[in-house]
Design a binder for this molecule. Structure first.
Ligand code: MRU
Length: 356
């Protein structure tokens, strides 16, 4: 029986933001301490912390650092000057990663606090810390609720036990501490609905092999690692009934931006009559965006493809294109699960009905 604690990617200790360095896993379990807003921006950009909900939670704590820094520099009587400085700083934080909407969502919540004329300026750090803690706690509770909704749904319509496949890492490491897709895996395993999880390695950053396989092993849940391009073969030859993934942004029509490769996985799943489930908190749903075409897709440096750590694994100087997310059209998704409920065969109307 595994009695180790769940891993936590984000924490607040002694007035500092503490992040489990996901660049170093699974080899080393080390923590990065962010004492300034710039430290937090850098940690989000360089993927010390990653995964849409975890980025949002880290940003909420980073807003505390931001306000403290500005309060030190600005005369406390100057509310407008302070607000302008905070807007500018939080805009830099928001630009750190463009696709995961949880970042913008958390910053907007922090700005609501900053704008509240009833909160004295000196109380802002405390109020923002309470907000961050509330967001963090709610994320864990929402993940647990989504896991229950998802497992109840799966149990109704699937012959068990079956195997599930997941892509990227949507576990404790990517959230407040339980997981969206891996939260479903956790509960499905407890309820004997699944016999194993197939983890796509998730090129180029290897979230699947470095993080998902590590997290599932840590929890004693059977996991088998495969290269991304083995997905179709595995769906033909193994008892995979569900693809369960997280999301970085879900448009109002149910199109889903998630880790690059999710789109092709959904196409392959359709061919094999394997169902696709997207599990994400409502903070990942962006009802201001009509369809996935309008989602800004982050392009990262080509060196993530041409190098493994510092080792060159491609011809020197070759051009490498590195979009790190793609958009799966709603018609390829069977179910979207949020804490507000389940949307089957998502459409604009159904999304609005459940989420607004
Ligand atoms: O580039 P990453 O590692 O931040 O991408 C993460 C993903 O694509 C996850 O699937 C998504 O954020 C959901 S995490 C619960």
């Amino acid at each position: 029986m595994n009695n180790r604690r769940h891993v936590h990617a984000v924490a607040w200790h002694s007035e500092q933001l503490v992040l489990l360095d996901q660049r170093k896993l699974p080899v080393e379990e080390v923590y990065v301490i962010c004492q300034t807003l710039n430290d937090a921006i850098e940690a989000i950009k360089n993927m010390t912390v990653r995964g849409a909900p975890a980025i949002g939670i880290a940003a909420a704590y980073a807003a505390v650092l931001c306000v403290k820094e500005n309060l030190k520099m600005i005369n406390q009587g100057e509310r407008n000057t302070l607000q302008t400085a905070i807007y500018d700083d939080l805009a830099l934080l928001q630009a750190a990663r463009p696709t995961a909407v949880n970042l913008a969502w958390a910053i907007e919540k922090a700005l609501d606090v900053v704008r509240d004329p009833d909160i004295p300026l000196v109380d802002l750090p405390h109020q923002l810390l309470m907000l961050a803690e509330t967001i963090h706690k709610a994320d864990i509770q929402n993940n647990q609720l989504m896991a229950k909704l998802a497992c109840d749904y799966i149990e109704e319509c699937t012959v068990v036990p079956f195997s599930m496949m997941t892509h990227c890492n949507a576990g404790s490491l990517a959230t407040g501490g339980y997981g969206t897709a891996l939260g479903v895996a956790r509960l499905a395993w407890q309820r004997s609905l699944i016999d194993k999880v197939y983890a796509n390695e998730t090129r180029p950053w290897l979230q699947g092999s470095r993080l998902t396989a590590w997290e599932l092993q840590y929890e004693n849940i059977p996991v088998s690692l495969n290269v991304d391009s083995a997905a179709a073969w595995l769906m033909s030859n193994r008892n995979i009934k569900w693809i369960v993934v997280g999301a970085d942004r879900i448009a109002a029509n149910g199109d889903v931006a998630n880790k690059i490769g999710t789109f092709q996985l959904a196409i392959v799943a359709k061919y094999h009559d394997v169902k696709v489930m997207v599990v994400a908190p409502s903070s990942t749903v962006d009802l201001t965006i009509e369809s996935g075409d309008l989602i800004d897709i982050e392009m990262r440096d080509g060196s993530e493809l041409t190098h493994y750590q510092e080792h060159l694994i491609a011809p020197a100087g070759v051009e490498a294109i590195n979009p790190v997310f793609d958009v799966t059209p709603a018609h390829l998704i069977d179910v979207i699960v949020t804490e507000k409920g389940i949307v089957e065969q998502p459409t604009h109307e159904k999304m609005l009905w459940t989420l607004s």
